[in-house]
Design a protein around this ligand. Structure first.
Ligand code: PHE
Length: 337
């Protein structure tokens, strides 16, 4: 019996672990609940009295030595692991670079195009009051055209709503600035619409406003033609159709020639050769007056477009919901742009 313990003593003495796992195995085999030490302490009871002293001392030494081994090596493995973490010569692990969202890409492109002809960006609150979103824009209470934009109202206060267009920002801009005004308001807008491939209750707009002396409809047409060519290519043509907006008179809707079929007709342009991209018009004199601008001296034009719509046309995206789902497989396709 004593001989076996002495062999174990030798084994402990010789033991040099090469890894934390090995050390842990050693610890369990000697010092664990089902380990050799517990077995030996149980066996101690049956050792004849005259041998008890020597046997007892030897197994105590064995236990101490095993414990010392464990203590001696457990820190050295920790240090080793740490030092590999901070090994400065290791090759770097590559981070995946993020990319801009397609809506941001198009927003920035629109802003840049209009920047080049002197427009600067203005921003305003997404939670608006009735006056800035509607009344100032020639849409008094009970005006039927308010129904054109299904509005989210803040329940506790019917005067407060989520802006339905960024025209509200332009109202604020006109109140705070004197003509000449050339401003562009990109931003998120909200409408209570059923979500489908073509509509969402949240979307993004860029609206533009130009006010000065002698601004004419011809200036509007020219600015929009310039925009269409910059955005969709030099050969792009535009077409204006009469329309109605309460805040502009006259008003028009603008189509661009379909560059998928070269205006010959395809299923994207529904065989019309043209795609609708924005609404526009000459700012109604009432709106100018509401915002403190002399409508006898100044005239202006305004336009507004949905960024999702432009992005769909530019990138050939058929379902608007894709812009909101943040599916990595979709977003990754824009990372090179
Ligand atoms: N505010 C309009 C909309 O949201 C767009 C528009 C802006 C139309 C300016 C004409 C002039 O639908």
């Amino acid at each position: 019996m004593l001989e076996a313990v002495k062999e174990l003593l030798l084994e402990v003495k010789k033991f040099v672990p090469t890894s934390a796992t090995e050390l842990e195995e050693f610890r369990l085999s000697f010092l664990g609940k089902k380990g050799k030490m517990n077995e030996l302490f149980t066996a101690f009871k049956d050792v004849p009295n005259e041998n008890k002293k020597e046997f007892g001392q030897t197994i105590n030494t064995l236990k101490q030595n095993a414990q010392t081994k464990v203590d001696q090596y457990k820190d050295s493995f920790k240090v080793e692991e740490k030092s590999s973490e901070i090994d400065l010569s290791r090759p770097v692990s590559l981070n995946n670079l993020g990319s801009r969202h397609p809506i941001s890409l198009i927003r920035n492109e629109i802003v840049e195009i209009f920047n080049r002809i002197g427009f600067t960006v203005s921003e305003g609150p997404e939670i608006e009051d009735d006056w800035h979103n509607f009344s100032a824009l020639n849409l008094p209470e009970e005006h039927p055209a308010r129904d054109m934009q299904d509005t989210f109202f803040i329940q506790s206060n019917p005067d407060i709503l989520l802006r339905t267009h960024t025209s509200s920002v332009q109202v604020r801009y006109m109140q705070g600035n004197k003509p000449p005004i050339r401003t562009l308001s990109p931003g998120r807008v909200y409408r209570n619409e059923a979500i489908s491939a073509r509509a969402h209750c949240i979307f993004h707009q860029v609206e533009g406003l130009y006010i000065d002396e002698n601004v004419s409809f011809a200036d509007l047409k020219q600015a929009l033609l310039y925009f269409a060519k910059e955005m969709f290519g030099e050969k792009t043509k535009i077409r204006l159709r009469p329309s109605y907006f309460p805040f502009t008179e006259p008003s028009a809707e603008v189509d661009v020639s379909c560059n998928i079929c070269n205006s010959k007709g395809c299923n994207v342009c529904k065989y019309t050769g043209y795609l609708e991209i924005l609404g526009c018009g000459m700012v109604d004199p009432n709106v100018l007056e509401n915002c403190g601008i002399d409508s006898k001296k100044y005239t202006g034009f305004a336009f507004g477009m949905g960024i999702e719509r432009i992005a769909m046309l530019k990138y050939g995206v058929k379902d608007l919901r894709l812009f909101f789902e943040n599916d990595f497989r979709f977003l990754k396709q824009f990372s090179a742009l």
